[in-house]
Design a protein around this ligand. Structure first.
Ligand code: 3H9
Length: 693
């Protein structure tokens, strides 16, 4: 074995040279790997004994792509496309031996080899688009040549991987290795030599791309899909253009075009945001005083109190990963209704062919319904998901404390209430925390893990590990009204309601927020959630527009009318001139001198106070770092990923600008816009939120 660089070495097994890559944790193609690969091929070429080369990785995976940490820094030669040209043009057969994830530049390495073999569990993907990029080392030109543009297009433009079986079927790989990968790959290479097989240079395979010429519908149809599913993202369109180039241009020209598109995307703000988010999502699990080796409790059974929308959704998370749940309700009819809803959800999934009937029964079989809290005596974790009433929650926790086993964790799903106060009802406040799921709880990936004053490290570490198990993105936050997400969200709510009193109409506010990239604006969202949330006829004061709408039965989408009108069964918001008039009349009656409000002001008022509140949250140490708030907003509130989250966006706009606008608004509209001390401080120091990550 000869070391070529610190990450690559060459081993000789007779006439086969094995180029070993060892760059933990994911064998990313950083400088020592690229240099080692280029020099390794050269060394193997210069060694007369070596007749074929196997490229293979140590550790848990084949190369998972370029080293994203190098992006944005001056690139250091040899560049990956050049290294892969060396592979392509190597006159001895090169076999890529794949396990784990051959992603991005890793798959491009495999595509530049002449043959590919893989273990049955391997995955193949070009996820660059998820980083706001496209494959920039020939992936957009080689993959369509190997498997055809129709199959390559979705892989490149969605970034979703395929498994070994599909890869073999589509011709992406040549053979599956069942036993030891190195042995299997060496045997394959020997077979290639024995059979004197010609080198299969993917760059020279033109049959499939030529067959796609004159079929522009391949691309026009796919563009329609993108327009629907990836509104606002720049990279998917660039991916389509690059695959189009693979069809219409010679390889070298296509490669140059891919390079141009890659460079453009790399220098844009969308990719910067998406790359930042990639690391933010991994950073969020790291809590400074909770090291990875913190002991954890074993959660074998979960108890859930409340079988309503939240309780039911939460239940599904656990049974989906095989953890049995005892689901408690106060009345049989509520329990029956809750169980029926869960069953219906699974049956819908089954009817789409995504789950078998047996699986539905298996999951339902993991749920035990009960009306008796005593039945929670044996669970390891209880999640209370009853409606937001402090007295009720206190009563439940006091009872649970007497019933549950000694080290059981007691969690509340409250969205706003004081978890310290709830914990104080028990003699085990160290075992109490908040687990704030977002609705629908079986779908939304965000979970705010509320660390109360006395929550123990073991309990917190257990909650974080459990969140991972149920596939949630857990963000640790401290106790305050609304925690991080809802507290920031309240700012937008307040401003949107003020804007329509001052002169804007719901459709204008919604358009601005939608065009910024949110899936919908605040008023369409109110209609979706239900304007009557927390409203009752008896207590209605008629002093807000929402109350007036409720008094007219305009509860939102479910009533077919709210801020907008809806066609029977339809979800598309249609103009409601009667509501616009109601808003105008009401605001004038309240003494507002309605004025034209610019789109710019609407956007600033809907976004800057969110950022300002984020700064206060950081000041108060409710969140660990700014990027955690971005993770919350992207996963829980529809913030567009390509804008990186409110705190990332703030740095992009410039904190000095945001501070100036907040001060201007404060002078005009009052202390809702009082700048956070942290915002002032960062501006004074010439820093950004990025400096606090
Ligand atoms: C590309 O290839 C461009 C080319 O087309 C053109 C070039 C010219 N770089 O996710 P995990 C770190 S673009 C640097 O927790 P898992 C990660 O931050 C790239 N670091 O593990 C984490 O660090 P830490 C296209 C990377 O087992 C640690 O590795 N490729 C990279 O759950 C473990 O990661 C991609 O987009 C990287 N490329 O999942 C693939 N990848 O421990 C991105 C990971 O300090 N990667 N790290 O927090 C993934 O999708 C997942 O990491 C993977 C493993 C599925 C591989």
């Amino acid at each position: 074995m000869v070391a070529i660089t610190e990450a690559v070495s060459l081993e000789k097994q007779g006439e086969i040279g094995l180029l070993w890559i060892d760059n933990p944790p994911v064998n990313a193609l950083g400088y020592p790997v690229r240099k080692g690969m280029a020099d390794g091929i050269a060394m193997a070429m210069g060694d007369a004994e070596i007749k074929a080369i196997v490229v293979i990785c140590k550790g848990r995976t084949f190369c998972a792509g370029a080293d994203i940490r190098e992006f944005g820094k001056p690139p250091k030669a040899p560049h990956l496309p050049d290294v892969l040209t060396v592979f392509d043009e190597c006159t001895k057969p090169v076999v890529a031996a794949i396990h784990g994830t051959a992603f991005g530049g890793g798959l491009e390495t495999a595509l530049s080899s002449h043959f590919r073999v893989a273990v049955p569990t391997a995955q193949f993907g070009l996820p660059e688009v998820k980083l706001g990029l496209l494959p920039g080392a020939g992936g957009t030109q080689r993959l369509p040549r190997l498997i055809g543009p129709e199959k390559a297009l979705p892989m490149i433009a969605t970034g979703n991987p395929v498994g070994t079986a599909k890869a073999l079927k589509e011709g992406l790989i040549d053979e599956i290795v069942e036993g030891d990968l190195a042995e299997g790959a060496v045997a394959f290479a020997r077979k290639v030599l024995a059979e004197n097989r010609p080198l299969r240079q993917v760059s020279a395979m033109n049959e499939k791309v030529e067959a796609a010429r004159g079929k522009p519908e391949i691309f026009s149809e796919y563009r329609k899909v993108i327009a629907k599913t990836k509104r606002g993202f720049e990279a998917p369109e660039a991916c389509v253009k690059a695959v189009e180039a693979a069809v219409h241009k010679p390889f070298a020209e296509g490669l140059a075009y891919e390079r141009q598109l890659f460079t453009e995307l790399m220098s844009g703000s969308q990719s910067a945001a998406q790359r930042y988010y990639f690391f933010a999502e991994r950073q969020v699990a790291k809590i400074p005083d909770i090291p990875a080796e913190t002991p954890q409790l074993d959660i074998k059974r979960v108890g859930i109190i409340g079988a309503g929308t939240m309780g039911g959704g939460i239940t599904m998370n656990f049974v989906n990963v095989g953890i049995p749940v005892t689901l408690m309700e106060s009345k049989q009819e509520f329990l029956d209704r809750g169980l029926a809803t869960i069953r219906k959800n699974y049956e819908i999934t089954a009817s789409k062919g995504k789950m078998t009937a047996e699986e539905v029964e298996k999951r339902m079989g993991l749920i035990t319904g009960t009306l008796a809290m005593e039945d929670l005596a044996d669970v390891d974790l209880v999640i209370e998901a009853v409606y937001e009433n402090m007295d009720l929650k206190k009563e439940i926790f006091a009872k649970l404390d007497g019933i549950c086993k000694k080290d059981a964790i007691l969690a509340t799903n409250t969205s706003y209430l004081d978890v310290n106060e709830i914990a104080a009802q028990t003699k085990r406040p160290e075992s109490v925390l908040g687990l704030h799921f977002f609705s629908p709880a079986n779908v939304m990936r965000l979970l705010e893990v509320v660390r109360a004053e006395k929550t123990s490290k073991i309990v917190l570490a257990t909650a974080l590990a459990l969140a991972k198990k149920i596939k949630k993105i857990a963000v640790v936050v401290g106790v305050c009204y609304g925690f991080a997400g809802n507290r920031m969200f309240a700012q937008r709510r307040r401003e949107s309601e003020k804007l329509i009193l001052e002169g804007a109409l719901p459709s204008q506010v919604d358009k601005v927020v939608y065009e910024f990239g949110f899936p919908m604006g605040p008023f369409q969202l109110y209609d979706l959630i239900g304007n009557d949330l927390g409203w009752s006829k008896e207590n209605s004061t008629g002093s807000t527009i929402r109350e007036l709408l409720c008094e007219q039965g305009r509860f939102g989408l479910k009533a077919g009318k709210g801020f907008y009108n809806y066609e029977q069964g339809g979800r598309k918001p249609l103009p409601a001139p009667e509501v616009d008039q109601l808003i105008i009349d009401f605001s004038q009656k309240k003494g507002f001198d309605r004025r034209d409000i610019s789109d710019e002001e609407i956007l600033q008022r809907c976004v800057y106070p969110i950022i300002n509140e984020g700064a206060k949250i950081l000041e108060e140490k409710i969140a660990v770092r700014p990027s955690d708030l971005d993770v919350i907003w992207i996963n829980g509130y529809g913030w567009p990923l390509y804008r990186g989250g409110p705190m990332f966006y703030a740095d992009l706009v410039g904190l000095d600008k945001i501070l100036a606008v907040m001060k201007d608004f404060q002078a005009k509209y009052g202390d809702d816009f009082k700048p956070a001390a942290l915002l002032e401080q960062l501006v004074k120091e010439g820093k950004g939120f990025k400096d606090l990550n």
